[in-house]
Design a protein around this ligand. Sequence first.
Ligand code: NI
Length: 163
Amino acid sequence: MSILKILKYPDPRLRTVAKEVEIFDKSLDNLSTDMLETMYAENGIGLAATQVDVHIRLVVIDISDDRDTPLIFVNPEVKILDNKSLVPCEEGCLSIPGASVEVSRPDKIELHWSDLKGKQHKSNPEGLLAVCIQHEIDHLEGKLLVDYLSPLKRSRLKNRATR
Ligand code: NI
């Protein structure tokens, strides 16, 4: 196991669109273990492979208070259930230290994903888990929290990040 380096905004590699995972092997296992270790070391609640410069559709999450409930999502895909009930939430990101951005997202979603063995699953996450998985899927699309800001606020944040 090892702690991986997290790419920081405005690193252009964070804009890479991740590829579908097709091979479920030991290296996928190892990467998800390292990503969990990295996320815990940084006190994050979620991490996308994109953030450690591996451009495949893999996400790890732990929203539990005791940090003992790791979740791994391979090829996660959201089907929005209720697009009318957008709920605002203050989000942070390990790739943009210190930033807190209010984003409104659907709080009830249908999620499809595979586990590390390639078995497919479906669930209906709500609340923080729904927010977190949508944030991480944004990373897989090369999208960042700053994209939800006005251009002025975004350039202020970028200046701060590159100073
Ligand atoms: Ni993030």
